[in-house]
Ligand binder design. Structure first.
Ligand SMILES: [Zn+2]
Ligand SMILES: [Zn+2]
Ligand SMILES: [Zn+2]
Ligand SMILES: [Zn+2]
Ligand SMILES: [Zn+2]
Length: 706
């Protein structure tokens, strides 16, 4: 816009002639803050209205410090400029405070949350419009809420929804709901602001910050909320937190904000809900899908089905980075006869983190309630019984044991010294069950698993060796936790899959988990490092499962030296990494597994955050952390020159395994198929050579014939 086009209209409005340029700039600034509201209420949004609503006129007049008449004149002159301006600047803190001071009492706010659409989106509805220019929705409903942003702090806002009277849908900021349905259908894509509860919204920038903090800092929701409230909720946090250094801070006073109905303090539940919804929306957007959630359930429960669905899709080969390969985990090797072969490696390991689970050994059913000790079934069976396992008596009201076992319960919960021995035993039992983390104090009495104790009155000395007369009992007091998380990763540190082991790290379970992770012959790696490799081998031999017959399951060098007897023939044949020339580069491992150790300690960091989390959320949380960490790992591998690439899924799952078969793919999606061919550094033999002899276990890569 040229200056002359502005000056001519200014001349027509005598009231504007005496205005300072500063006042005009000020008006434009506030008019931009009010623009979403002006736009929202105008029927045709293609051109600015002749005049904004009276409320907006009043707000602009007060913010600018001019009369309403002058405001009308300013709007007349500058409306086209305001309408066409790009919205990219973050307004100053002062501007936001000033705007809200006059706008909040009139039902308008800076960052007023409107639905992203003004016309009905239902194509079969008379109010449907392909563009948003003409508003066909009406009956606005407005309520007060809190918006937590990364860059502008915590803000009091209004949220306004619109209604389609023809098809009875109400359009909210993130989703729409049909009057007769209980489903919230989210809009496609990921919005800038995400609703975490009815009255609490978080912006995506903040949720991204929170999620990243969880990935690299193991931050609990509570600590995220604390950090936010202390350092991000006000743009003046540095001054406010350090008044001695900065001197007194004068905050602009917004009376309406002081008495705002919803708290401007971020709570941990909003952090967690926001994290789950944000992650779900990202995942849906990545897959080109739409999120829908049950409406009438409470906020916590309505997430459950969507979280479960994602958890299921992550099982086995569901992780995004599953098809990853790089120079550290995928080696092309030239055999003695000059044939090229590939060795792809994986590492299997257990990490002692877990969530509360049913107290009955190996029971995988979800707990009856979050605080319960049993699943529904076992609650019926054991809920009213004495906590001592072998005892079938009913427990007495107010206690967890029958009268005969009261002394054990008393000793267990007693704070006096006689119990220290019992607690020591408890700790031993714990470390036996894999919960020997130093930070878990023995004071944590609500969290016990199974207590293996020798009743105090049956023998004075209880150093672990129960003598003849001692009676060892097992009792369920607090809550039991799952035994460990089993992880399969590449030697470069990319995590392929994860499974919860409920009762123990039994090799039969490890075998099943490996098979679920590598379900087809093409996906099976040539090498798996597992520190209990010999037992796994024996198990596979015993059950006669040939799935991994071409895979060398070896113990890594460190574990082999310390744990496996070199004299044991079985170990010498099956575990000794040196027995596999192809695995060795001179006297060194071809695959360096130190990245896996870093990975393990990273995962172990979630123990404190996840220990009380309900199963569905626990799984989702951990999978999301892994997905994010993998992206980072791959980025690092790229930077270090290890050339990460992706093995085409069609090559790993040529038969119908939920993936499309390759020939079909070529027909249905030639563009994708071409991309797969382009990515393939060496042409894959679809059979990937199922070789049976040990010396030959390295699968052969078919090289291009030409
Ligand atoms: Zn409609
Ligand atoms: Zn790799
Ligand atoms: Zn159970
Ligand atoms: Zn009893
Ligand atoms: Zn061994």
């Amino acid at each position: 816009m040229q200056l002359q086009h502005l000056l001519a209209p200014v001349a027509e409005h005598p009231s504007l002639r005496a205005l300072e340029l500063e006042t005009i700039l000020c008006f434009i600034q506030y008019a931009l803050l009010a623009r979403p509201t002006i736009r929202f209420y105008s029927v045709d949004a293609r051109t600015p209205p002749a005049l904004p609503s009276l409320a907006v006129q009043l707000v602009l007049a007060q913010c600018t410090g001019v009369s309403v008449e002058t405001t009308k004149a300013l709007w007349d002159v500058f409306k086209d400029l305001v309408w066409a301006a790009k919205e990219d600047n973050i307004p100053s803190t002062d501007a936001v405070y000033t705007f809200n001071k006059y706008a909040l009492p009139l039902g308008i706010s800076y960052y007023h949350l409107y639905p992203p659409v003004r016309a009905c989106q239902n194509v079969s509805c008379g109010n449907y419009r392909a563009t948003d220019d003409i508003r066909t929705l009406g009956e606005p409903a407005t309520y007060k809420a809190s918006l937590f942003t990364l860059r502008s702090g915590a803000l009091p806002v209004y949220s306004t929804s619109l209604y389609c009277s023809k098809c009875n849908r109400r359009y909210h900021h993130n989703y729409f709901v049909h009057a007769k349905s209980d489903v919230q259908e989210y809009y496609a894509g990921v919005p800038n602001v995400i609703q975490a509860s009815k009255h609490h919204f978080l912006d995506s920038a903040l949720l991204e910050f929170i999620t990243t903090s969880k990935v690299f800092g193991w931050l609990s929701a509570q600590n995220c909320a604390r950090i936010y409230n202390m350092s991000l909720s006000s743009p003046l946090s540095a001054q406010l937190n350090n008044e001695l250094a900065f001197g007194p801070v004068k905050m602009p006073d917004v009376p309406e904000q002081r008495h705002w109905q919803t708290s401007l303090e971020l709570q941990d539940e909003h952090v967690l809900n926001g994290f789950f919804i944000y992650s779900l929306l990202l995942e849906k957007a990545e897959r080109g899908q739409i999120l829908s959630l049950g409406h009438k359930l409470n906020h916590r429960d309505r997430l459950q089905p969507a979280l479960q669905e994602r958890n299921q899709s992550m099982e086995g080969p569901g992780q995004e980075a599953y098809t990853h390969a790089c120079d550290l985990c995928y080696v092309v090797y030239e055999g003695g006869d000059g044939r090229k072969m590939k060795i792809q490696a994986a590492v299997c390991d257990g990490i002692t983190i877990g969530h509360p689970c049913c107290a009955v050994h190996d029971c995988k059913a979800p707990l009856a309630t979050h605080r319960a000790r049993f699943c529904d079934n076992h609650l019926r069976q054991y809920g009213s019984k004495c906590a001592v396992r072998e005892c079938s008596d009913e427990k007495e009201k107010g206690f967890r044991t029958c009268p005969a076992h009261r002394s054990l319960e008393a000793a267990y919960f007693s704070k006096n010294t006689s119990v220290s021995q019992l607690r020591k035993r408890l700790q031993r039992a714990r470390s036996h069950y894999g919960f020997s983390h130093g930070e878990e104090s023995d004071e944590d009495e609500g969290e016990e698993v199974i207590v293996e104790a020798i009743l105090p009155n049956t023998g004075p000395d209880c150093d672990g060796k129960s003598s003849e007369g001692n009676k060892k009992v097992k009792a369920y007091f607090g809550r039991r936790r799952t035994h460990n998380e089993q992880i399969i990763m590449r030697p470069c540190g990319v995590i392929l899959s994860r499974a919860t082991f409920f009762g123990s790290e039994a090799v039969s379970g490890v075998h099943k988990f490996m098979k679920a992770t590598f379900p087809t012959p093409q996906s099976v790696p040539q090498l798996i490092a597992f520190d209990n490799g010999c037992q796994l081998h024996q198990h596979q031999d015993a059950i006669g499962d040939p799935h991994f017959k071409d895979t060398a399951v070896v113990v890594d060098v460190f574990h082999f030296k310390s744990k496996h007897k070199e004299t044991d023939k079985y170990c010498a044949i099956h575990c000794n990494p040196a027995a596999f020339d192809e695995m060795m580069d001179g006297d060194k491992w071809r695959f360096n597994t130190s990245a896996c150790e870093q990975c393990n300690s990273w995962l172990s960091g979630y123990q404190a955050v996840l220990r009380d989390m309900e199963m569905t959320r626990f799984n989702f949380y951990l999978d999301e952390m892994i997905k994010r960490r993998n992206r980072y790992t791959i980025q690092q591998l790229e930077g270090k020159g290890y050339k990460p690439w992706e093995v085409p899924a069609a090559a790993l799952f040529p038969t119908d395994y939920g993936f499309r078969k390759e020939p079909e793919l070529a027909e249905q999606d030639p563009v994708l198929y071409h991309e797969i061919l382009r990515l393939r550094p060496l042409r894959w033999s679809m059979g990937l050579a199922l070789l049976s002899r040990m010396s030959d276990f390295v699968a052969q890569l078919a090289l291009p014939a030409d």
